[in-house]
Structure formats: structure tokens, C-alpha cells
Write a new protein. Structure first.
Length: 461
């Protein structure tokens, strides 16, 4: 009998990539998710059976009858009172976390793992595109939907290279033992898991310690790995730094020009300079992520010509600095930014692109704990806007915390105009505004469900 996989939370971006992998291997794949989405509908169209009611009765009879042949994969977002989860626990099924499964898949591969509290999805997607479209080849598990692949999963059975997003949440990345590791940022985040910023950094150090003997670490300049430098040297790990344009880094852009709404770049590397690189995606945050991706690709054998053609054909990632409308009257950009540092980088990049334009931002906070822990920092970043529309907190896996609402951020925001509204009222609020020049929607919750309607509204401006 073929192996069967049952995914609790199959609609999650990391879970769905794993589901696609096992389906491609010929396994039977079932799944539950709380709500239908474009992604779950795509999985169904690919032959996976998905349902949306948490009920033991919904678990297929063939799963119940084949305990020894079934692996249940669980996302950390599934609550412990989930009825199906408790059925599998009570009946002794093999239950693995998403991160454990990814670690098992990568165990016999040459893994390029990209970690960081922000920037990792774009960097992983850029890396996978560069490697996959070269003589190296690569499979990939992505934390977003690549516009080039129209998927969060890429398969290449001719290559032993695999590019993966290494998630620090729930210490998931400790299941990976990469040959190449990239670290983009080590900001304080997920303090509900870690407690302190120091514990976050220690967790990244443990991830980096797991680099294979003779492997490579590529980190953003300024991140301090000196406490484990001796250990890395003992394991013959080569360490490189990267930056957008800091000449003290090993990899950086020596020149950044804008021609015909695209970047023309010269990349400095320890292997020489690469000039005339044409990059069509907007924002210097994207350029910085490209430096990291180029470094990871070059140390794994990418040629100069492959780098040039790969960068020229990059289309980006859904919900990462995603431009939906760009007319003389109005620009609309959607972004997944949900951490204060990401919001700041996003807003500053847009400000740099649209000098003198009024910036209106819509933000949906993600998680009560993150709102509680970073209210001051969120307010500081959002105050960079000219106008803020602040939505209610998207709770995801969390229960409410007394006294923690969007208002704890709102009261500290200092931009000229600000208002709070419910997600279901957003379209009506936007209709009433006649002076929107550049609109940004930001957040990691379900604000993405409104993006098509917001885009239609802005196109009519």
C-alpha cells in the first residue's frame, strides 16, 4: 500500500509545499484547514482531498483503517483542542511537525537554508530561481508564492541541491543541517516562544552551528557571529558577509542605477565583479535580498552568465513588495510586512521610490503577543506614513490577551492622519478617500483576501 499523508493545516504556506512534494512522489494526500483559500483550492485541483470542518467524521475511512501506513503532519498553528488532532493522538498515529518532515526531506540533500526574522522568503525565492534555472538545478520549499514558478514548491530530481526557507518560529530551523546557510536578520520576534531577544539570537547560533563541515555561512553585515566564530572555524565553515552597498561586506552592490523603471546593478563579490545586471523588481530591500541570493547561488556554482540571465528574469513573490496598480494617478502596493523592522523597510523603500507622494498605509497587526511586545516599535514604524488606517488584530493561533487591541499601537502613532476600522469596513473607508496617491496594505493575517478588491478600487481612480 502506498504511504498516505494527512495534513492538519494544509492551507499554510509551508504545509502546502510539503503536501505538493508528497503528491508528486505518488502518495495519497488528504488535509484539513479552517477556511478555504485560493491555495487550498489549487491543492484540490492538483488531486488532494481537503475539507474545512474540524470533525473526526470528516477523516476518511481509509486513513482511520491504515494507521501504520499514515503520517499525520501538523502545523504549529493547529490548536491543541482540535478534534482531529486529538483523534490522531489518542489512536497512536505517527504525528510529525511540519519542520520535522522538511528536515527529513533535506537530510540527504545539499541544502541551502535561508533564515532571518525578515527577508527570508524573498531571498529563498530569488535563490531557488537562480539555481533552478542554471546548470546546478535545485528543488525548493518556499514561504511564499513565486511569480516565476506560480508555486511555493519546485521539484528537480536531477539535482541534489534544495533551497529552503528556514523558519525560526517554534525553533523549526533546528531540524535543518545545511551545507549553505544564509542569515538575513536576527531581530527580536516570536517572544511568546523565546521570551527574550538574547534567546532569539542563541537560537540562530544553534542553527548556524548545524552547518555541515566545510559548509558556508552568508550573513548580513552587522550581525554578530563572533561568539561562535571559533566553532565555525573548527568545522571549516567559510563565513561571508553581505550588504546592499556597504563596501566592508564581501558581497555588495558597487553601483545601483535606475534606468527605465528598472535597476542596473554591479555586484561586487570575492570572485570578482558582475556588472550590467538588470533587475526589474522595485525597492532597495529587494536589491539587498538579491545580494544575499546571488551570494548563496555563486558559492554553489552559478556562472556569471547564469547569474545575469537569472536576475533579468526574476518576477518576484506574491505579497512581497507586490505592485498591483501603477497609474499616473495612483499606486497600490501590497506587502506581507508584519514586524516593525519589515514595516520600516517597506515604507522607507516606497518613500524613496515615490518622492513627494502622499503615503497611505493600511496595517493589520498579526498576533496579540507580537502587538503587546512591540507596540512602541510598531507605532514608530507606522508613524513614517502620511496617513494610517489600522485594522483589528488578526489572532491566528492565539486567544485574546486582556487589554491588548490595535489601540495600544494606535495611541502611540504620530502621523498626521490616522483612524481605526474593522477589516470588513475597509473598502468603504477607502471609497471615501479622494486623495490617495500611494496606498500600501501590510500584514500577515487575512488582509490578503481583500487585495483583489482594493486593487479594483484603486484602478478606478
Amino acid at each position: 500500500m502506498d504511504r498516505m499523508y494527512y495534513f492538519l493545516g494544509i492551507g499554510g504556506i509551508g504545509m502546502s509545499a510539503l503536501a505538493r512534494y508528497f503528491k508528486l512522489q505518488g502518495a495519497t494526500v488528504y488535509g484539513y484547514d479552517r477556511t478555504p483559500s485560493e491555495l487550498t483550492q489549487t491543492l484540490e485541483s492538483e488531486g488532494m482531498m481537503v475539507h474545512y470542518v474540524d470533525s473526526v467524521d470528516e477523516i476518511p475511512a481509509e486513513i482511520k483503517a491504515a494507521k501504520e501506513n499514515t503520517i499525520v503532519v501538523v502545523t504549529p498553528a493547529i490548536p491543541k483542542d482540535n478534534l482531529e488532532y486529538n483523534y490522531f493522538v489518542t489512536n497512536g498515529f505517527t504525528i510529525l511537525k511540519r519542520a520535522q518532515v522538511l528536515g527529513l526531506i533535506c537530510r540527504d540533500k545539499k541544502t541551502v537554508a535561508i533564515a532571518g526574522t525578515h527577508g527570508k522568503t524573498s531571498t529563498t525565492t530569488f535563490t531557488s530561481h537562480l539555481l533552478h534555472n542554471s546548470h546546478c538545478g535545485a528543488s525548493a520549499f518556499l514561504g511564499g508564492i513565486s511569480k516565476n514558478f506560480n508555486s511555493n514548491f519546485v521539484f528537480d530530481d536531477s539535482s541534489d541541491l534544495i533551497a529552503v526557507e528556514a523558519d525560526e518560529f517554534d525553533r523549526s530551523f533546528h531540524n535543518l543541517y545545511p551545507s549553505t546557510a544564509v542569515v538575513t536578520a536576527m531581530d527580536a520576534d516570536h517572544l511568546d516562544i523565546y521570551g527574550t531577544h538574547k534567546a532569539v539570537i542563541e537560537s540562530f547560533y544553534l542553527f548556524v552551528r548545524q552547518i555541515e563541515n566545510g559548509g558556508t555561512l552568508i550573513h548580513k553585515i552587522g550581525l554578530d557571529f563572533s561568539p561562535i566564530a571559533q566553532e565555525l572555524a573548527q568545522h571549516n565553515v567559510t563565513v561571508y558577509s553581505y550588504s546592499l552597498d556597504n563596501p566592508n561586506a564581501d558581497f555588495y552592490m558597487r553601483s545601483i542605477e535606475i534606468r527605465d523603471n528598472a535597476f542596473v546593478l554591479t555586484l561586487h563579490t570575492p570572485f570578482g565583479d558582475f556588472s550590467g545586471l538588470q533587475f526589474a523588481l522595485p525597492g532597495k530591500t529587494n536589491v539587498e535580498n538579491l545580494v544575499a541570493a546571488s551570494a548563496a547561488s555563486l558559492v554553489n556554482g552559478l556562472t556569471a552568465d547564469e547569474l545575469k540571465s537569472g536576475i533579468a528574469s526574476l518576477k518576484g513573490v506574491v505579497r512581497r513588495f507586490d505592485v498591483h496598480v501603477a497609474t499616473p494617478k495612483c499606486v497600490y502596493i501590497d506587502d506581507y510586512a508584519h514586524h516593525p523592522a519589515e514595516l520600516k523597510a517597506c515604507i522607507e523603500s516606497i518613500r524613496e521610490m515615490y518622492v513627494g507622494k502622499k503615503l497611505t498605509g493600511v496595517f493589520q497587526p498579526h498576533l496579540y503577543t507580537r502587538t503587546r511586545d512591540f507596540a512602541e516599535e510598531f507605532a514608530h514604524s507606522l508613524s513614517l506614513l502620511d496617513e494610517l488606517i489600522l485594522l483589528d488584530i488578526y489572532p491566528a493561533r492565539e486567544l485574546p490577551i486582556p487589554g491588548i487591541t490595535s489601540k495600544v499601537i494606535f495611541d502611540k502613532v504620530t502621523c498626521a492622519k490616522k483612524e481605526m476600522c474593522k477589516k470588513e469596513d475597509l473598502l468603504e473607508v477607502l471609497k471615501q478617500k479622494n486623495n490617495i496617491e500611494v496606498l500600501i496594505t501590510m500584514g500577515a493575517g487575512n488582509i490578503d483576501r481583500l487585495v483583489p478588491q482594493v486593487a479594483e478600487l484603486m484602478k478606478k481612480r
